[in-house]
Design a protein around this ligand. Structure first.
Ligand code: ZN
Length: 132
């Protein structure tokens, strides 16, 4: 198995309502985004063509979010919520028999970032929610 990643940046403004900290007031970040695909090589020796990955993320994410006011697009645009929104924009376009979207990492600052994965085999969650 391979993990194949591409990175992007975009500038956007936001403010977090009901949050008492620096992000309470309107301001901007230069976000950095890493999209990671997991899969096996095809007959061309690639998991996914970097050019295709770039095209999908540019069209569905960067062109929408770059120089935007995130609150117009995403409710309470915390780094977590923005990462989840990005996931939902591109997951279906990256799901093939040989590869799929594995992970999204979103940096709000050079030292603050969140990683999002849709872990379908989260046994902890199942056991915590099952009733006996
Ligand atoms: Zn902020």
């Amino acid at each position: 198995m391979f993990l194949v990643s591409k990175e992007f940046t975009f500038d956007a403004a936001h403010k977090l309502i009901h949050y008492h900290g620096k992000c309470e007031r309107l301001h901007g970040h230069t976000y950095r985004l890493r999209v990671t695909i997991k899969g096996e090589k095809d007959e061309e020796g690639m998991v996914i063509d970097f050019a295709l990955l770039k095209k999908i993320v540019q069209k569905k994410v960067i062109s929408v979010l770059d120089h935007s006011y995130l609150n117009d697009i995403i409710n309470q645009p915390s780094a977590e919520n923005v990462a989840e929104w990005i996931w939902n924009q591109i997951e279906y376009l990256l799901d093939t028999p040989t590869h799929y979207l594995y992970e999204i990492t979103l940096w709000e600052t050079p030292t603050s970032f969140v990683t999002y994965r849709k872990d379908l085999s989260d046994k902890t969650h199942h056991s915590a929610t099952s009733s006996r």
